[in-house]
Design a protein around this ligand. Structure first.
Ligand SMILES: Nc1ncnc2c1ncn2[C@@H]1O[C@H](COP(=O)(O)OP(=O)(O)OP(=O)(O)O)[C@@H](O)[C@H]1O
Ligand SMILES: [Mg+2]
Length: 374
């Protein structure tokens, strides 16, 4: 019997199915095949020789725009693809964060530019192309505001011309982007470009796997000791589909934040790892974009001696809540006894209300959304 020749993404997918981390899903298998097609094209891509070979450029490879409803596994598949890419000239970033970077670079250029005729978009694309980037993976592609709508065509025309392959996930198909937006006709060329440079595929899975994982779960445990730890371990394994996970890092403004355990889009931290380290809002927003679920162990009662940690905890919960990240946590004391310092008592009221909502069936069933920029 001949064994089907799967590509690396499909193989990684089948491995996870064999380990029972993933439930087999035919729609996801097909999508894995789409990712493998790009891998094959990229690894077989020849360089296009320029004048005496001096201006050699990567032949452009058609990317993928993967559309699907929430929790269908788009990000999971994109992560498998990203890990399978056998070169370093790749980047995976949340679309909203990428566009923030673009705006920061344009603003910096405008402030310093001597040549007012120069195109600010070049200030963004030149360093990217100079870095030799071959694949840009953008998670959660969507367009709501006019600034991005009017910028995307110029931005991506330059990136595509430089040989970058775009891989994007989205809840909206290209024709639905910036729907009913102001001056939408000016946005249409970008839709045409997107369709030309990517294969648009729909992930027609029936399941919202995120919802399935959290439905009916008690995500908070109270108290300390081996029983609570065991409950948290169980919750972690439920969230990761049985994967123990391994240490990882989150890149944040040129720094690396260590993550004790990472698996299947989830991260596990101790309270002290996040709230007793010099981390701030930006770091928490980064973490919220990187993971869709977070397990946080050993949240203590925060009295006067812990007021810095309490302030960080408030910021952390705000970031997780704004993005819709699912939180499983163990608390030393009941929620209403958590904030025991009059200095932070007022802000803590909001945190308590959010923590209460974050364990609700309704919150746990919701998808992710953009966290506001900082
Ligand atoms: N076949 C599967 N079996 C079990 N769990 C799965 C499966 N596919 C995905 N998951 C898990 O379900 C959760 C949701 O998947 P993922 O984040 O990839 O969805 P998504 O399509 O990107 O959703 P969104 O549109 O909200 O970003 C993740 O925790 C993921 O690991
Ligand atoms: Mg996703």
């Amino acid at each position: 019997m001949s064994v089907p020749a799967f590509g690396p993404v499909r193989r990684a997918y089948e491995d996870l199915v064999a380990r029972k981390t993933l439930t087999p899903d035919p729609a996801q298998r097909d999508a894995a095949g789409e990712f493998d097609r790009i891998l094959t094209d990229l690894t077989g891509a020849k360089t296009k020789g320029g004048f005496f070979g001096l201006f050699e450029k990567q032949m452009s490879v058609k990317g993928l725009y993967l559309v699907g409803e929430v929790g269908r596994g788009k990000t999971m598949l994109m992560d498998l693809f990203y890990s399978a890419l056998p070169f370093a000239e790749k980047r995976r970033v949340h679309f909203h964060e990428f566009m923030d970077e673009v705006h920061v670079a344009i603003a910096a250029f405008r402030k310093s530019a001597k040549d007012s005729a120069a195109d600010p978009v070049d200030a963004v694309t030149k360093p990217i192309l100079k870095s030799g980037l071959r694949v840009l993976c953008l998670d959660e592609f969507h367009v709501h505001d006019i600034t991005n709508a009017m910028l995307l065509d110029r931005l991506f025309s330059k990136l595509f011309a430089g040989g970058v392959t775009l891989v994007a996930t989205s809840n909206v198909e290209p024709d639905g982007l910036y729907k009913d937006g102001l001056n939408r006709q000016l946005f249409l060329p970008f839709i045409a470009l997107l369709k030309e440079k990517t294969v648009v595929a729909t992930l027609l899975s029936d399941q919202d796997y995120r919802r399935l994982k959290f439905a009916g779960q008690h995500v908070y445990a109270f108290g300390t000791g081996p029983e609570v730890d065991a409950a948290m371990d169980k919750m972690w394994l439920r969230i990761t589909g049985g994967e123990q996970g391994a240490p990882g890092v989150v890149e944040s403004i040129g720094r690396q934040i260590p993550v004790p355990l990472v698996a299947m889009g989830a991260a596990r931290f101790n309270f002290a790892d996040l709230c007793e380290k010099p981390l701030g809002t930006r770091d928490f927003v980064r973490i919220s974009h990187e993971f869709d679920s977070l397990v946080l162990d050993s949240i203590p009662q925060m009295g006067r001696t812990k007021s810095d940690a309490a302030k960080r905890f408030i910021l952390l919960i705000d970031s997780l809540y704004d993005r819709g990240v699912k939180l499983a946590a163990s608390f030393a004391v009941p929620l209403e006894q958590l904030g025991a310092d009059e200095k932070t008592a007022f802000e803590f009221q909001r945190t308590l209300s959010r923590l209460t909502e974050m364990q609700s069936e309704e919150y746990l069933a919701k998808g992710l959304r953009d966290a506001p920029s900082v």
